[in-house]
Design a protein around this ligand. Structure first.
Ligand code: MLT
Length: 291
């Protein structure tokens, strides 16, 4: 019997993949053979002696000390692609919400109503301040053309956008699966200078940290809208703050807000909601259990 410890709540449909005659699943297991984890941080985790494998129900593995696992002979699995659709849908929402000032408009209506105002009458006078551009015919730059980036490209093409993609690690398999209308460029600058919207879908590591820094921002078009639903640290937010204040960057949608960025102008701050759909939680749990 293999003992599997869960460090987070893992969707039942995933746990049901594990044959009960061979696996026991427990929250409190002192010496498990395997671990199923979602976002619990394992960097200070002391590996139990029996541990052979960790499966992460999610794409990123930055909550797991992969180097230490390798040294100890513990295999780390993730679930690439299992939550790609959920993140793709959030990217489309983010572009539209950032363009059309949906959150600010909603906030206005709620405040006006709470203050006893006649929303139906007043709105016609104020609505011009919430006007924003359509995405049809605009250019979306996608940094990272893996499972998520490719799906974002397909959806945005369907909405009539032009797509420029950049991915120095693009696999042959991923390249062949890409829609031929995606203009894949060889350096990031080419993407930065033509994009009206930029979304980033790469893991966080030493080579991707601060991919969007002051220099990158200086190469972008004015009034660009930037979306980071991938990882905290991919965008240098200290460099972004002045660009948001001046309006050079019209909007920034982030799934990883700290207090400073959440209060900056033009920011839509969301609490890491990319994969928070029942469908993706189930897909990830099933794939992690199979891994
Ligand atoms: C992922 O890495 O799969 C997503 O960021 C969602 C998550 O961390 O749960």
């Amino acid at each position: 019997m293999f003992r599997i410890k869960t460090l987070n709540k893992i969707a039942r449909v995933g746990l049901d993949q594990l044959d009960k005659s061979r696996f026991s699943v427990e929250e409190d297991c002192a010496n498990p053979d395997g671990i199923l984890v979602r976002s619990a941080k394992m960097h200070d985790y002391e590996f139990p002696e029996a541990l052979r494998a960790i499966a992460r129900a999610g794409a990123g593995t930055n909550n797991i000390p992969v180097d230490r696992c390798s040294e100890a002979g513990i295999v780390v699995f993730n679930t690439p692609g299992a939550n790609a659709n959920a993140v793709k849908e959030e990217v489309i929402f983010a572009m539209l919400a950032a363009s059309r000032h949906m959150f600010a408009a909603n906030e206005w209506a709620r405040k006006e109503a709470a203050a006893g105002g006649d929303v139906l009458t007043t709105m016609e006078k104020v609505k011009s301040q919430f006007a924003g551009p359509e995405i049809l015919g605009k250019t979306l730059g996608i940094i990272g053309l893996g499972a998520i980036g490719a799906r974002v490209a397909d959806a945005a093409l369907g909405l009539g956008m032009n797509i420029v993609g950049y991915d120095p690690y693009l696999s042959v398999h991923a390249a062949l699966a890409l829609d031929r209308r995606v203009n894949v460029v060889n350096n990031l600058d080419e993407l930065l200078k033509v994009s009206d919207y930029i979304t980033i879908h790469v893991p966080l590591n030493d080579s991707t940290r601060n991919t969007i820094d002051a220099e990158a921002i200086s190469k972008m078009k004015g009034s660009v809208r930037i979306i980071n639903l991938a990882r905290n640290g991919l965008v240098d937010e200290q460099a972004l703050l002045p660009a948001l204040s001046s309006g050079r960057v019209a909007a920034y949608v982030t799934d990883f807000p700290d207090a400073q960025i959440a209060n900056a102008p033009g920011v839509i701050a969301l609490p890491h909601l990319g994969a928070s759909t029942p469908e993706s939680e189930e897909n990830c749990a099933v794939m992690a259990a199979h891994q």
